[in-house]
Design a protein around this ligand. Sequence first.
Ligand SMILES: Cc1cc2nc3c(=O)[nH]c(=O)nc-3n(C[C@H](O)[C@H](O)[C@H](O)COP(=O)(O)OP(=O)(O)OC[C@H]3O[C@@H](n4cnc5c(N)ncnc54)[C@H](O)[C@@H]3O)c2cc1C
Length: 475
Amino acid sequence: MVNAAINDGTPHPTATARQAESPERARILVVGGGYVGMYTALRLQRKLKPELQRGEVEIVVVTPDPYMTYQPFLPEAAAGSISPRHVVVPLRRVLDGCRVVVGEARSIDHAKRTATLTTLASEEEGAGSVTLAYDELVLAPGSVSRTLPVPGLADHGIGFKTVEEAIGLRNHVIEQMDIASSTRDPAIRDAALTFVFVGGGYAGVEALAELEDMARYTARYYHNVKPEDMKWILVEATNRILPEVGEEMGKYAVRELRRRNIDVRLETRLESCEDRVAVLSDGARFPTRTVVWTAGVKPHPVLAATDLPRNERGRLKCTAQLTIDGVTHAWAAGDAAAVPDIAAGEPGRECAPNAQHAVRQARVLGDNIAASLRGEPLQEYAHKYAGSVASLGLHKGVAHVYGRKLKGYPAWFMHRVYHLSRVPTFNRKARVLAEWTLSGLFKREIVSLGSLEHPRAEFELAAGGKPQDNPKGSS
Ligand SMILES: Cc1cc2nc3c(=O)[nH]c(=O)nc-3n(C[C@H](O)[C@H](O)[C@H](O)COP(=O)(O)OP(=O)(O)OC[C@H]3O[C@@H](n4cnc5c(N)ncnc54)[C@H](O)[C@@H]3O)c2cc1C
């Protein structure tokens, strides 16, 4: 059995063999446990409840982490306003009607209806990969950071897409303040207090704004580090930031950041960051230990290891019904999928890669798979972009939603209300709300727990082992 293939490592040859073993059970394989993966599986387990109970359908979700990350909360997690556990949703708890497999799809042979997976167990056993047969495929591996061949970037840069990166960055920033506070070398101090962010979309702007706000607050607990000693630099290749909130609000955001002494450099690119010196296209050079790369995303590379059609930008070619174009029994949505934006009324336009589309597409996707299994007609995905909200730090924000423009405290408040209403599960909403309430009553947390990244360092030292080069995690 294929189920056994995941549990005991026995590879399974083909879908045909699987169907011979359990001919009437349809397996829906969901690749990815993010927005699309989780919401589609949720919808399917609700819509197909009778079929699941009768054992006619099985939903398998394959995902590298056993949790879904609510990415819009990552900047607040980096600032310490929300604890990391509350930014993620445990998939096993919410998807109790599905089978969650912690692993990665390495390739897909849709002609044979099989996926090649590596799981934690297959790696541990040295068994390599296992083959899983399916009847319906939902391909939702999302996107990865879109990097450019900038010298030194791979060695010194960090992205901002995962909870690990957000928390790592928070620890790193506070640690740099510790270094600056204790060094006597002005060059080391200067580099430690220089933070370069590349990319002016919401990920980069929110991450920079929240971390700067947190560091500004934290500085009051250092006798020799003042907010004006720090250099926060935002490098953006185009002539605007936050295109999601429109031109006027984008300009406001630039003014607001500059008012806070943040060095916003438009029409500028990072040319190199070798030897820990960020060199910009305008000739500026900044010795720094922090380069955060948030210059856009590209579809996940696993899509190239499939026999499914992709467009020139590498996204899966999809129809408005969220089927993959030209093939049967294959579906996609979210950042990995080029879905026609039929609500925009412009032929050829694709839905942008954002959560607003991902979550709504997942709903239609779940409904359409259920409909197709029952032989019912499919619906088309159409959603008119509602605009966007962005936080610029505690009590500061910018928003352009349904034609209404807001800035400052009202925008920040709207940002919080909107995301609180969107974060999955009542449990998470209650915990996040409790954290916000408590942080309004007490002082902000300013602790760096970088040593968590090296839990064995202390014991290795005690046991006489070779200490690590950099046990406390500075990069
Ligand atoms: C910091 C940040 C802030 C954001 N803020 C906003 C916002 O305010 N508003 C908004 O609309 N959008 C926002 N976004 C964008 C939004 O989060 C994404 O558009 C959305 O997550 C896309 O959903 P998805 O399901 O396609 O991908 P994801 O949610 O990224 O999910 C992809 C999943 O696939 C898994 N996966 C990857 N490879 C494999 C594999 N080989 N096998 C199995 N699983 C795999 C991943 O681990 C992940 O779980 C933000 C993004 C970031 C990074």
